[in-house]
Design a protein around this ligand. Structure first.
Ligand code: ES4
Ligand code: ZN
Length: 319
């Protein structure tokens, strides 16, 4: 039995499996530049974050209707539940859809239908986190937040994702301030490919309470000391780091050293359809490659509930 856990770093568009992508392509009359699912899987050899993102934004053009987003989230939640996930905080990228003429309401309502059912169907509680694409303009992020206002009852927080280097957190200071004023929680990807300074800036300028990846904090001892002291959670994604070459091989992932240093680490799947596995696959991989013992694995699972946007009593029930 997999350990009960919360998944805190999961892009719903990154759960689009090749089989569903082809089924939706047929349903929506979209032509994909791959002959079949095998040819598509063959293309999953990424050099870095950007080469992944290029394929990822291309494939998600098959997502068009509320039913598509509902089916996508249904499939993820069933898989996650089977891997011990009791609570999932799910990222979505509205700008990747609105840029193609798909309304943000279509996305949120479709995902919402699946999320509403997940509790009884799978025993999984959920939150939605709206991510801004950091390689788009700050104005576009503000417009996205405005477009989301009718749906804020369904949205717990905001995040920041896509191509990191050259798009520092401070670019989004205004939209994060506006999000905070609306009562939204704040997280951001930082220190995946970008430097440790981006992690510090996400804390200081954006006011994030959790850092997505945060891997490169290990290059800055003062930053590590601060993250430990303030118990700032990091949502690490080990298989993603290998596939996108943030680390050379899993055996060299800094996770054990980060835990030894006292960092509040969690293990998550990021884009599981693309990176070789869902969250328990990530747990199994780090157990194998890094020799993490049962106590360390239990610590990771416990950390995931501490780091989740749950009330204390909800966290206890979920664990
Ligand atoms: C992402 Cl792995 C990763 N990094 C940044 N942005 C993303 N969006 C989807 N997956
Ligand atoms: Zn991510």
């Amino acid at each position: 039995m997999p350990l009960p856990k919360a998944e805190l770093h999961l892009h719903i568009e990154g759960t689009l499996e090749p089989e569903l992508a082809f089924a939706l392509a047929v349903r929506n009359g979209v032509t994909l530049p791959y002959a079949d699912t095998d040819a598509l899987r063959e293309a999953y050899r990424f050099q870095d974050l950007q080469s992944f993102l290029d394929l990822y934004y291309g494939l998600m053009t098959v997502l068009r209707t509320e039913a598509d987003f509902e089916e996508l989230a249904d499939a993820y939640l069933a898989r996650a539940a089977a891997q011990g996930v009791r609570h999932a905080e799910i990222f979505f990228d509205p700008q990747a859809h609105t840029a193609r003429g798909v309304d943000i309401g279509t996305v949120v309502e479709g995902l919402g239908r699946a999320l509403d059912r997940a509790r009884e169907r799978h025993g999984v509680t959920t939150r939605l986190i709206l991510c801004f694409l950091r390689d788009q303009s700050a104005e576009s992020a503000l417009e996205t937040l405005e477009a989301a206002e009718p749906y804020l009852h369904r949205i717990t927080g905001v995040g920041l994702d896509s191509a990191e280097v050259g798009h520092p957190p401070r670019k989004f200071a205004a939209v994060y301030e506006a999000a905070a004023a609306l009562g939204l929680r704040r997280v951001a990807h930082a220190g995946e490919e970008g430097p440790a300074d981006y992690v510090r800036e996400a804390l200081d300028v954006l006011g994030v309470e959790r850092v997505d990846h945060g891997l490169r904090c290990v290059e800055d001892a003062d930053l590590v000391a601060r993250l430990v002291r303030d118990r700032v959670p990091l949502t690490l994604c080990p298989l993603s780091n290998v596939r996108l070459r943030a680390v050379d091989v899993l055996e060299e992932h800094p996770l054990p050293r980060m835990m030894d240093a006292g960092l509040l680490c969690t293990v998550n799947s990021d884009d599981p359809a693309y990176f070789g596995g869902y969250v328990e696959d990530n747990f199994a991989a780090v157990r194998q490659a890094l020799g993490l013992g049962e106590e360390r694995l239990r610590e990771l699972a416990r950390n995931s509930f501490e780091a989740a946007f749950l009330d204390d009593d909800e966290a206890l029930r979920a664990a």
